[in-house]
Design a protein around this ligand. Structure first.
Ligand code: 5AD
Ligand code: FES
Length: 360
């Protein structure tokens, strides 16, 4: 490939917000197989500059924050990569009460958060009614805040009820858009088809929707990543969360290799050009694999950060992967930490709810 081909692809992506499957493949292949360190750096610099231009055009130097409340680590699923999978007997299970969840929101509100993300495993204890009660309680106390759910696959009817109760947004990563690869990462009880159907249903109901995938998960190929990009192009989610796969010692993938920070950053840059006004978090997994991972994510085009508001006492138990950061800190400490990190790269935290620009 001549030296300017990748530049043309980045220019085309910046201009059209999309490439053909071959275009994505050739851009990723060139970047992920290149040996020459100078060329690597040149590609990153070129992509990230364009990505930051789009990011700053749409959002200035403001970064949205979402307060993450991990309210249950019970899960009936058995995904091979995930530390809170059902068969992991070594993780101590917990559930927060409604009062505890509200206390996390209260602390978050004091610290300036105007979006709360209620995330958990697929825990049957939290019936539709219980989730509705929690949504209503949070929205009653914090009517000016956006409420996001991230609790996995449910029926269209459940999604409808929760939306009617006041939930605004829903995060459900598709994890991989390739059928075979999906089956490689999940037991037979789960299917990509259902995952995608959930995402389309959520969109149709009116949620602001987040999808996303892991980078470098076991068995992932360049073609799988191309499929991820094409699927996202079709779905047009409001948010896209990506992070490197990280092993967890008590899962079937314990001996696999971690995903790469560099690949995640390059994909963030591509996603920013595909979705100039999209919401792209610099994820905790990125910050776990590199001490400055989240800052580098922002400099590659990300514009959201999701600090942990869970009670410190349970944070270690929400162990999706090994060495997860922020498990010893208090919410106030994480908030200060994030503010400092953003300032160090010339960005600032905004208290705006940060709805997708298309929503009003
Ligand atoms: N490494 C990285 N990310 C993971 N997730 C779950 N397990 C891991 C892991 N081992 C991600 C999934 C899920 C999100 C909540 O966390 O993408 O959707
Ligand atoms: Fe939690 Fe830095 S964000 S300690």
């Amino acid at each position: 490939m001549e030296a300017t081909r990748w530049k043309k692809l980045i220019d085309e992506l910046d201009h059209n917000h999309r490439l053909s499957a071959d275009g994505y493949r050739s851009l990723l292949e060139q970047r992920f197989t290149v040996q020459d360190a100078d060329l690597k750096e040149e590609m990153d610099r070129y992509l990230f500059e364009h990505a930051r231009n789009r990011q700053q055009q749409n959002f200035g130097r403001k970064i949205y924050v979402r307060g993450l409340i991990e309210f249950t680590n019970y899960c009936k699923n058995n995904c091979y990569y995930c530390g809170i999978r059902r068969d992991n007997r070594r993780v101590e299970r917990y559930r927060l009460t409604e009062e505890q969840i509200l206390e996390c929101c209260a602390e978050g509100y004091r610290l300036g958060y105007r979006t709360f993300v209620l995330q958990g495993g697929e825990d049957s204890y939290f019936t539709d009614d219980r989730i509705c009660d929690i949504i209503k309680a949070v929205k009653l106390r914090y009517p000016d805040c956006a409420l996001t759910l991230s609790i996995g696959e449910h029926s269209r009817d459940s999604y409808r009820r929760w939306f009617a109760a006041g939930a605004d947004r829903y995060l459900l990563r598709h994890e991989t858009a390739d059928e075979q690869h999906y089956r490689y990462l999940h037991p037979d009880t789960l299917s990509l088809q259902n995952r995608k159907a959930c995402l389309w249903a959520l969109k149709e109901i009116g949620y602001q929707v987040g999808a996303g995938f892991m980078v470098g998960s076991p068995g992932q190929t360049m073609d799988h990543l191309v499929e991820d990009l094409l699927f996202l192009s079709e779905l047009q989610p409001h948010m896209i969360g990506i992070g490197p796969f990280i092993t967890h010692q008590d899962t079937p993938f314990a001996k696999e290799k971690n995903g790469s920070v560099e690949q995640t950053l390059f994909l963030l840059g591509i996603l920013r050009l595909m979705f100039p006004s999209g919401l792209l978090p610099a994820t905790t997994a990125l910050g776990t694999l590199a001490p400055d991972g989240r800052e580098r994510g922002i400099l590659a085009g990300a514009n959201v950060i999701m600090p942990n508001l869970s009670p410190t006492a349970v944070r270690k138990q929400y162990s999706l992967y090994d060495n997860k950061i922020c498990t010893g800190e208090e919410s106030a400490q994480c908030t200060q930490c994030i503010k400092g990190r953003l300032r160090s790269i010339g960005y600032e935290m905004t208290v705006d709810r940060g709805d997708h620009p298309d929503i009003q």
